[in-house]
Write a protein that binds this ligand. Structure first.
Ligand code: SAH
Ligand code: SF4
Ligand code: F3S
Length: 463
């Protein structure tokens, strides 16, 4: 995909412009950080390329959340080293860069630039420094600064959907999770600043914004907030009322902090999309306590009941970890029960793997790999059936779809997302629908997407 951003401050001679390539792993925060990095590079004269072999600067934006992330990044570095042109600089950014720092250079001397999660806003200066030196450049400043920068609409790569961070870091310290170490303490961004960013995006024609945070529900709780204090539900209502963005999504919700006010806000404001990603992680109270999640299975299901009991059809998704240290067969059966009861529209299931510096990494990883795999497969099957049944409710319905482009599988079809964040591929006789919100009648349910046809005259639903 070509960047849509204009090249601010780029040299007039295109032939001499240097080129950059970024590969992104992990969550939406990394996707946004890659956009921020690209904007910085274009400001100092670089142009984007999709061809790694012609790039002068190659950045890997890494995720540290699961198994052997540093090893995976280094394997990728050795592949890139063989394909890159002579003299091209390889850099590592993201959560592995933050967690490992200079150690990555000791293990892979071809890597000349390490950019931690808080240094993305300084990328242009770091690149200038590394270009003028034979030494590697490392910036892994502490991930606790309350700095948020605003990305102008024209500096973004996607034209219709924008990611906007509202809260950085996490104070929950779940015993399995590395994020508090790579993203630091919780810092909430000032509501006026978020509103201004969304208003600028609306004026530039953006149709959908994803509000990002490791735990968006604790927005405004941290002492490190800039400016006025405001809770998450209040922020949602402010943005729905005043931003001008037709579709607002948010992720991730934490079951401990998720409350009824958020459901009421979704009921009240059509701009707030009916989708909640609320990861339970486990259905066993014993395991939940060992994970330091701060709720029981029953309390989790009470939040789910609020969601399923809402006057709008709110789609629920989640994450589960199997094989946490000490997880017995009975603990796992309780997770199965929770998954059956919660009725997710989508569920990501992960095998536990120890992460350095976390509390659980000090415990013996008791569940054998084969058992982890069996549990994972069993849950996948159960969820497949739950999903197949639940998604039938869309059949024959007419839904609003934000068209993001042609379908990946077929040039004949268009593709986009529903307000409840499902992928819809559909047929249309119209020439160009990209960026429009159109009505699609669902004619077929696939395991992970919906299929339908464009209808031009009927009312849609905001499901
Ligand atoms: N902030 C989100 C999760 C961020 S990490 C939350 O609190 O839910 C995304 C997902 O990765 C988690 O929900 C969890 O299911 C999974 N995950 C995190 N650490 C993991 C580990 N050590 N092993 C396996 N899965 C893990
Ligand atoms: Fe990690 Fe827990 Fe924070 Fe989510 S809430 S980012 S799982 S520590
Ligand atoms: Fe991964 Fe960092 Fe996101 S560890 S999930 S890229 S915050």
């Amino acid at each position: 995909m070509e960047p849509v951003a204009s090249i601010v401050g780029a040299p007039t001679s295109r032939a001499r412009a240097k080129k950059y390539f970024i590969e992104t792993f992990g969550c939406q925060m990394n996707v946004l950080d890659s956009e921020r990095a690209g904007a910085q590079l274009r400001r100092c004269g670089y142009q984007w390329t999709s061809d790694i072999e012609e790039a002068d600067l190659i950045l890997l934006n890494t995720c540290a959340v699961r198994e052997r992330p540093a090893e995976k990044a280094l394997v990728r570095v050795s592949e890139i080293r063989r394909r890159k042109k002579p003299g091209a600089i390889i850099g590592i950014m993201g959560c592995v860069a933050q967690a490992e720092g200079r150690r990555l250079i000791e293990r892979a001397p071809d890597v000349r630039l390490i950019v931690g999660t808080q240094a993305v806003g300084h990328l242009a200066a770091l690149v200038t420094k590394v270009e003028g030196s034979d030494e590697a450049v490392v910036d892994v400043r502490a991930p606790n600064r309350p700095a948020f920068d605003r990305l102008a609409p024209e500096e973004r790569r996607q034209r219709h959907v924008a990611y906007v961070t509202i809260i950085e870091g996490c104070d929950k310290f779940c015993t399995f999770c590395i994020v508090p170490f790579t993203r630091g303490r919780e810092r909430s961004r000032a509501p006026e600043e978020i509103l201004a960013e969304l208003q600028a995006l609306a004026a530039a024609g953006y149709k959908e914004v994803h509000l990002l945070g490791q735990n968006v529900n604790s927005y405004g709780r941290s002492r490190r907030i800039e400016g006025r204090r405001m809770g998450f539900a209040e922020l949602l209502e402010l943005l729905a009322a005043r931003s001008g963005i037709p579709r607002i999504k948010f992720t991730t919700s934490h079951p401990r902090d998720f409350d009824e006010r958020i459901v009421r806000a979704i009921e009240r404001w059509p701009q707030l999309c009916p989708w909640v990603h609320l990861p339970p992680q486990s259905g066993s109270d014993r395991v939940l306590a060992a994970m330091n999640r701060g709720y029981t299975a029953e309390e989790y299901l009470q939040k789910v009941a609020l969601i399923h009991g809402a006057s709008r059809d709110i789609s629920l998704t989640g994450d589960v970890i199997v094989g946490f240290p000490g997880e017995t067969d009975e603990d796992f059966r309780q997770t199965v029960r929770l998954v059956e009861q919660a009725q997710f529209d989508g569920l990501y299931i992960f095998k536990y793997s120890p992460r350095p510096r976390t509390v659980a990494a000090r415990w013996v990883d008791t569940v054998p790999e084969t058992v982890k795999t069996e549990r994972l497969m069993e849950l996948v099957e159960i969820q497949r059936e739950v999903q197949r049944r639940r998604w039938q409710r869309y059949l024959g319905k007419t839904i609003d779809v934000l068209v993001e482009g042609r379908s990946a599988k077929s040039e004949k079809h268009w593709s986009g997302h529903t307000p409840c964040h499902k992928v819809v591929n559909f047929e249309s006789s119209m020439e160009n629908l990209e960026g429009l919100i159109v009505k699609v009648e669902v004619t077929k349910i696939n395991p992970h997407s919906l299929f339908g046809r464009h209808v031009e005259s009927r009312e849609g639903s905001t499901m």
